[in-house]
Write a protein that binds this ligand. Structure first.
Ligand SMILES: [Zn+2]
Ligand SMILES: [Zn+2]
Length: 461
């Protein structure tokens, strides 16, 4: 029987129940008319579930020996439990012995080589890097995979896109969703605290991402779904005050954070892209990450940088829209822009230049866009931005209370690197976000300057 979602009923349900209904289903959306599909069939988060994992995955009908991918840390965290839980399938382990693991050409190549015995399925036991590495290998080989999350650190578990670092640039390749996601709350709780702080930052990013997404729909006609936005907004609110329970090390709180991260990943599956979960705040984070790769620096956690990007983009929205529409200021000319992109992107500049317009839209096109921005701000934007005035200090305190960073210098970035990320993070993707709004009104480079130097001096927020 075809699944018939009930939008009205969903308004009153919590995200856990909504997502429970859509897992493994394909349906025509009552809100946007598109066909949405969630390939992940099982989302199972709870205490001590690894010993019974063979029973839990039985409904998936997988067969053959699994190749179970770990690194030294995740093997130490739960390797024996997981391997013995899977013993019915005669699993084969593969363990990465390096602590600078990234989802990159090396890691993917290494997993593909380890598939020499033709595994029946893959198991990714880890957080972002291992999951993405296995995801890409799964897509290329057609061998299905399941995810065993070891830290509530990132929303990428359920995602279908695969961010992969190739020759110093982070590309998002196609990927495939895990058939099932498991997480043992005891394992999540024992992960380094900074990992759940990063996961909290990655969830809170959605306050900005949802506004950027709706604006992109209104201004540039990007695909949008109110239902998916609703799922994320609910998960976000359910998670906001979790920091008290995380500080008190209550296992259930780690489970709820992991669930919110998984739900936003499933929302990306339903939409078919990362837009519901990623806006200007992620672009700032991506450029900081490129800086790390170029300098050969061991990268900080994704969610750490995203949390910082979230506070920064909230501040930008507040600066631009606290007093009505921003006044128009001069924008950067094409020649100056290209010079800056070459300075910031170095060997990656040609790619960034090819992917982006060299100047923001001008004349009638921009006038029309401005009218649309104004209409959107009046309809919902001013209200959303007004909330940032209290949310920004609240989230800052909450992130700090669980040991996360709130300023780029806390992660070792210089004022110049922070400036570059705020000013030129937008060229990582040609998408409409906070950063593009600031660019088009001619505010971006002044704001980047004010924020990067102000934050290092302990001002701004
Ligand atoms: Zn929809
Ligand atoms: Zn993220």
């Amino acid at each position: 029987m075809t699944y018939q979602p009930d939008m009205k009923r969903w308004q009153d349900m919590d995200t856990h129940d909504i997502v429970g209904e859509v897992l493994g289903k394909t349906f025509v959306c009552p809100a946007c008319g598109r066909t949405h599909r969630a390939d992940t069939q099982i989302l199972d988060i709870g205490p001590d579930l690894l010993p019974s994992i063979s029973d839990r995955i039985a409904p998936l009908g997988l067969s053959g020996r699994p190749l179970v991918v770990f690194d030294d840390n995740t093997y130490a965290a739960c390797g024996e439990k997981l391997m013995s839980g899977l013993s019915r399938y005669n699993p084969e382990p593969f363990i990465f012995h390096r602590d600078d693991l990234h989802a990159d050409s090396f890691a993917i190549g290494r997993v593909m080589l380890a598939m020499v015995n033709n595994p029946g399925f893959l198991v990714a036991c880890g957080s972002g890097c291992i999951t993405d590495t296995v995801r890409y290998s799964s897509l290329r080989t057609g061998v299905p995979f399941i995810s065993v999350g070891t830290a509530a650190s990132v929303d990428g578990y359920a995602s279908t896109g695969t961010p992969v670092i190739v020759d110093g640039f982070k590309y998002t390749y196609a990927g495939v969703a895990p058939r099932a996601i498991f997480a043992d709350t005891g394992v999540l709780m024992d992960a380094p605290p900074k990992m759940s702080a990063a996961g909290y930052g990655d969830v809170m990013a959605k306050y900005v991402a949802l506004l950027d997404w709706k604006m992109a729909y209104d201004v540039e006609g990007e695909d949008y779904c109110p239902l998916i936005a609703l799922i994320i907004a609910k998960a976000l609110e359910e998670c906001r005050s979790l920091t008290d329970d995380l500080s008190a090390r209550r296992p259930a709180a780690y489970g709820r954070l992991m669930e919110a991260l998984s739900l936003t990943g499933i929302a990306m599956q339903l939409m078919g892209n990362t837009r519901p979960a990623s806006g200007g705040e992620h672009h700032i984070s991506h450029l900081l990450e490129i800086t790390d790769i170029q300098k050969g620096k061991h990268g900080s956690l994704h969610g750490d940088k995203v949390g910082i990007g979230t506070l920064i983009t909230m501040y930008m929205y507040l600066q631009m829209f606290s007093d009505g529409m921003p006044a128009q200021r001069p924008t950067l000319g094409a020649a100056a822009w290209e010079k800056e992109i070459r300075r910031v992107y170095g060997t990656l500049a040609d790619g960034a230049i090819a992917m982006n317009e060299s100047e923001p839209p001008q004349g009638a096109v921009w006038e029309e866009q401005k009218r649309k921005i104004e209409r959107s701000m009046e309809a919902y934007g001013y209200q959303h931005v007004a909330r940032f005035a209290t949310l920004l200090p609240e989230l800052k305190e909450r992130i700090l209370s669980i040991g996360g960073p709130v300023r780029p210098d806390q992660l070792g970035y210089t004022v110049g690197e922070a400036y570059n990320a705020i000013a030129f993070g937008k060229e990582v993707r040609p998408k409409f976000t906070t950063l593009r709004i600031a660019e088009r009104f001619g505010w971006l480079y002044d704001l980047a300057d004010e924020i990067s130097s102000g934050l290092a001096e302990g001002k701004i927020y």
